[in-house]
Ligand binder design. Sequence first.
Ligand SMILES: Cc1cc2nc3c(=O)[nH]c(=O)nc-3n(C[C@H](O)[C@H](O)[C@H](O)COP(=O)(O)OP(=O)(O)OC[C@H]3O[C@@H](n4cnc5c(N)ncnc54)[C@H](O)[C@@H]3O)c2cc1C
Length: 444
Amino acid sequence: MAGERLRRALWLGAAVLGPAIPLQAYFAGNWYSILHSYSLGMFCGIVSYVYFANTLILSARIRSFDRLFGHDRVMVFHGGLAGAALVLVGAHVGFKSGFFEFGTGQIQFGVAALALFAAVGLVTVLFMVGNRLHRIGALAALRAFGVRRLGFDYSRLKLFHNLTAPALALATAHVLMAAPTAETRARLWLMGAWGATALLVHVHHKVLRVALACRRAFRVTAVRRLADSTVEIRAARPDGSKLEHRAGQFAFFRLLSPACGLEEHPFTISSPPGSPTLHFTIKALGDYSAALPAVAVGARLLCDGPYGRFTPVRGAGPHLFVAGGIGITPFLSILREWDAAGITEPVTLVWSMATRREQIDEGFFAAVAARHAAFRFVPVVTREPGGGGRRMDRELLRACVEPASPACLTAYVCGPDLLRRAVIGHLRALGLPRRAIHDETFSF
Ligand SMILES: Cc1cc2nc3c(=O)[nH]c(=O)nc-3n(C[C@H](O)[C@H](O)[C@H](O)COP(=O)(O)OP(=O)(O)OC[C@H]3O[C@@H](n4cnc5c(N)ncnc54)[C@H](O)[C@@H]3O)c2cc1C
């Protein structure tokens, strides 16, 4: 645990303090000049360039980052670093505006890179990623207009987001075309290599990884309707080899089928580790997920994964699992594994669903409860026919936490954002420390 904390601190330090290396190469022996507006402009430009390169590296699903931080936290950090880079590039232009000639090629590359980064940043914040700005009515309405009327769905926005790679290539040209003097040559090479590395990592992620996934493609073996709007897709590799995963992890999934197009979407693996077929349990929430029941058996499925740290350890003390709606999927995998291996310490699963028709694998949870005295299943239906229903409130959670002491309980919460935040708030009020509450969000 201490080793993990140290590794996290080292990686965070490298991402945030990395620009210190080219800054040292630029200012070496000359740091006293930093308060001059030209030097301040260079300072901001160097930091923002390295941050842009680092954001590209962070978005490339590097497994060691995922294991240390979890994919969702890496993406949040990626967004924060990109925001800081945009502010700094603005300052770079502001401080240096009096010192450059607009017509030169070097400046034009820089301006083009800035325009692309700014456009991607704006579109991401306004339309792609849910954030606090959408609490402002006008911006929420703009986002809804973009999604419904302009067809800005997540996959198209993600395609647009990829323009950060050409933007970084333009910024690299801008850096390399800076008039080199003896004292800055090392910095130019260093920064050029930094940008080129980020671009290579990006190409590996977008092209080579897909090519490798094609060579190790799965074939759909079954498409089963589980409930009104939920399907289960099963797949296996023709050579019988398996995807090694831990219960609770997810994968990025691309079906090569005319029924749904070629988009890539993240889904939790709902089969247990070691299962001969890989299962995904999917609720129709939009165009892509609604098209999945029409996928034919035999379709090729590319899988990039597994990812995620939503992986409770069996036998590590009492556990409380809280699922909202389709947020049940990681617990399907976890409980299938624990059911086979034995449940010896108290485990309570609370599953909140809007109506009973959402319930899938009902018999399975009842059977696990019958087989293991330590397992308790608490379905919570929020809308019963004819009125009524229960809310996932603090009292209900208090009853689920007891009789274990909150100090030794570990909670795993997965579901829609509103429910997830509310449950985390209740559990903290009931005395669980934040570090004992693990949560997974179904959007980045
Ligand atoms: C880690 C993780 C695990 C998930 N596991 C499951 C699961 O087991 N079962 C399940 O039904 N759903 C799961 N989801 C949610 C699922 O990915 C989305 O519901 C699905 O992508 C919606 O696509 P759509 O086009 O049908 O709907 P849309 O209406 O286009 O999208 C609805 C929302 O889903 C998210 N989303 C859409 N496309 C993508 C994408 N390509 N990449 C990332 N997010 C996207 C966005 O937040 C978007 O606002 C998971 C999501 C994540 C992040």
